[in-house]
Design a protein around this ligand. Structure first.
Ligand code: KG4
Ligand code: ZN
Length: 414
């Protein structure tokens, strides 16, 4: 049984000034009276337990997040049963903190939105079963959320962006280029054929033992690489971006990871140090891998913009490129994409870094988008299941490859 209380009760009608005082005494946020839709979003697809309450105008009433990054850094990667246990230990507290920061009770909610796909099965399961208990206890509609769709639409909370727009989603688990035509209407132009860029950066950071670096010990791998790269010289190592001859919008990061792995082994021999110690050239390697990653992402994205323009899928005058997901918080990568966007006459938009990594706000906002569009709002949750693997939209990557668009060479003066 959940401990969340049902209090908040019936509130008398305005006049507003008196009502605000009355509400404050009862710890109820005035906005709950005057705004129609409030959604609680719950996210547990990977290693963050997060929740938020967002209203229909995009105001965040309250949020809370418990990150597992430090625990997983110590084990050298996410161990799913550990992630599950940490979600179990934290989810109730996180939801209670969110509701209390929002000064609302569950009965004020219009719906509860929760990530049910894609993600780690054990992690998704915790969020879903907790949400379904809330849904049943407070008799609220349930909105199942696709994690990547939520990343893609977050920008509509922070900026005025109309459909269609192009989105590049780059995280620890995904690398996707898609055209967003509506709240739940996506065309997939390309994806990673192997691992995601965040996963590759995490592996390189581990191989460089950055957890032992005093400045990076609590940072995610990608963040540690970005931090260290600032002091590095990327020109010391010439690493070619992958797939330069494939004229499609797919990505690959495994090859890059192996090249870096070999380079590190070579440097360890040269510097006469053991695996596990920090190389004197760690910052230069970080800078080189970050640059190759940025160039690879930039080139595929450039081709996607040209494809969409050629097929009239994006407005020629007002084309928008959105970049989101954890890796999108990398400012060097953003700069590379800015160069592409400028060259292709496209506006680049990125949510602020804290909304690029996993959070509850993006899930709550996706719930608002779905409520407004009347899409996927469920009153019967009997058949609802989580889906660890789930594609995004309609896959047109073959058509993109057939178009074989040549991308003009750009000077990546970063
Ligand atoms: O979107 P996210 O929070 O979770 C997933 O759905 O994967 O992304 C996490 C990933 C991790 O691989 C992390 O290393 C990477 O995003 N990341 C970064 C940065 N901050 C987080 N990668 C590059 N630069 C950053 N500043
Ligand atoms: Zn994510």
């Amino acid at each position: 049984m959940l401990m969340i209380s049902k209090t908040a009760g019936a509130i008398p009608k305005p006049p507003k000034s008196k009502v605000y005082g009355f509400l404050r005494r009862f710890n109820v946020h005035p906005r709950t009276l005057f705004c129609h839709k409030l959604v609680l979003g719950i996210e547990t697809s990977c290693d963050d337990t997060a929740a938020a309450v967002v209203d229909e105008t995009g105001n965040v009433l309250g949020e809370a997040l418990h990150s597992q990054t430090e625990v997983h850094l110590k084990t050298g990667g996410i161990v799913p049963p550990v992630a599950q246990q940490l979600h179990r230990e934290n989810i109730q507290r996180i939801v209670e903190e969110t509701l209390s920061a929002s000064r609302i009770s569950p009965s004020d909610l219009s719906a509860i939105a929760t990530t049910i796909k894609p993600g780690l099965a054990l992690s998704l399961g915790v969020g879903l079963s907790f949400s379904l208990q809330l849904v049943k206890q407070f008799k609220k509609p349930f909105i199942p959320v696709h994690h990547m769709e939520a990343h893609a639409l977050t920008v509509r909370l922070t900026n005025k962006v109309e459909f269609p727009f192009l989105v590049l989603l780059i995280s620890g688990g995904h690398c996707l280029l898609a055209l967003v035509q509506g709240v739940s209407d996506f065309l997939l132009l390309g994806k990673s054929l192997d691992i995601a860029p965040g996963d590759m950066l995490d592996k390189v950071a581990r191989r460089l033992s950055l957890i032992r670096h005093p400045e990076c010990s609590t940072m995610s791998g990608g963040k540690a690489i970005e931090h260290l790269a600032k002091e590095g010289n990327r020109f010391l190592f010439n690493i070619n971006p992958p797939m330069q001859n494939a004229k499609n919008c797919d990505f690959s990061f495994t090859g890059l990871q192996h090249i870096i792995d070999k380079l590190i082994t070579h440097k360890e021999k040269e510097e006469g140090i053991e695996k596990g110690q920090i190389l004197s050239s760690a910052a230069d390697i970080a800078a080189a891998v970050q640059h190759a990653t940025a160039c690879h992402l930039a080139k595929r994205t450039h081709r996607a913009i040209l494809f969409c323009k050629q097929k009239n899928l994006l407005s020629p005058a007002n084309a928008v490129l959105v970049v989101s997901g954890g890796v999108a918080s990398n400012l060097y990568i953003r700069k590379a994409l800015e160069i592409v966007a400028n060259a292709a006459q496209c506006t680049l938009l990125c949510p602020p870094p804290r909304l690029c990594t996993d959070n509850g706000i993006m899930i709550a906002w996706n719930g608002i988008e779905r409520l407004r569009a009347g899409l996927g709002v469920l009153h019967d949750v009997e058949d609802i299941r989580y889906e660890p693997k789930c594609p995004l939209g309609v896959d047109i990557s073959r058509e993109v490859a057939e178009a074989a668009i040549k991308v003009p060479r750009l000077k990546m003066a970063l």
